[in-house]
Design a protein around this ligand. Structure first.
Ligand code: ADP
Ligand code: MG
Length: 260
């Protein structure tokens, strides 16, 4: 299902130098992501998830260690990577299709064709001319996804993209994203602090420890898609992640905490 290594992170260390001294955000992180793989990264707030994604995006080249995409060191942003934030960050004065086309001209038939394909992919047919203020949160985030896919990036980096959405919309967006992944096989790195979301989406779940961010555990997830959250195998994996996250605690106690 997945190809060779696309992203290779070796001994990544990141310290922010502030007026009050250094803040060590990531320590000794090693991770290889294969072409076509869907990886979720989870961990408590402040554990370095956004820092990690920004480094892969090329937005923060001041790191120690090696971060390579397709064999090339990441030092700046590039069209081979798409980024999606928690907020859609659309241009309020541009309609849906112009937000997706961004700096490219819709007068170019190739651009127009590509934007049309993307609108269909994110299920926004009929809303091409709508403005951001006319869209729901989920629709606006679908525009952001389409825009990130415009130049067919090799990898999509998503930083808690559904964190601001209600539960119903979030679950719909998970389906839309899985559909995109299954059709395009774009490699995904998806940051979330929601364990259910991490287990529902990923081929592999990377759990980070807080301060500094180090990998606590990696859980392969071979459950077949579409996944059933109520199934015993889903719950088993979810509990394994939870127990690693909260440490070894009395099983009945954490079954309560897990709300199962
Ligand atoms: P997460 O996304 O997991 O919540 P972040 O990657 O945003 O965590 O932050 C990791 C740590 O690095 C935190 O302790 C945060 O305060 C610190 N940090 C993040 N960005 C900066 C910055 N620009 N300057 C100083 N410290 C930062
Ligand atoms: Mg963050």
């Amino acid at each position: 299902m997945s190809g060779g290594t696309l992203l290779d992170i070796r001994n990544l260390n990141k310290t922010f130098h502030t007026g009050k001294g250094g803040v060590e955000a990531i320590r000794g992180l090693n991770l290889r992501v294969r072409e076509g793989e869907f990886v979720t990264v989870i961990g408590p707030s402040g554990c370095g998830k956004s820092t990690l994604l920004k480094i892969v995006a090329g937005l923060d080249p001041a790191y120690d260690g090696s971060v390579e995409l397709g064999g090339t060191r990441i030092a700046k942003p590039g069209i081979d990577r798409g980024f999606i934030f928690q907020e859609p960050r659309l241009f309020p004065w541009l309609n849906v299709e112009r937000n997706i086309a961004a700096d490219l001209s819709l007068r170019d038939p190739a651009v127009r064709g590509r934007v049309g394909e993307l609108i269909e992919l994110v299920r926004l047919q009929g809303f091409e001319k709508a403005y951001p203020r006319e869209l729901s949160g989920g629709m606006a985030q679908r525009v952001a996804i389409a825009r990130a896919l415009l130049r067919s990036p090799r990898i999509l980096l998503l930083d808690e993209p559904f964190g601001a959405l209600d539960a119903f919309t979030r679950s719909h967006m998970q389906e839309v994203l899985l559909d995109i992944w299954q059709r395009n096989r774009t490699t995904m790195i998806f940051v979330t602090h929601d364990i259910d979301e991490a287990v529902y989406l990923a081929n592999r779940i990377v759990l980070l420890k807080p301060r500094p961010g180090e990998i606590a555990a990696i859980f392969p997830n071979g459950l077949p898609y579409p996944r059933k959250q109520a199934s015993a195998s889903f719950q088993e994996l979810r509990l394994a992640v939870l127990s690693e996250l909260y440490g070894r605690i009395d099983r009945t106690e954490f079954v309560d905490r897990a709300g199962v």
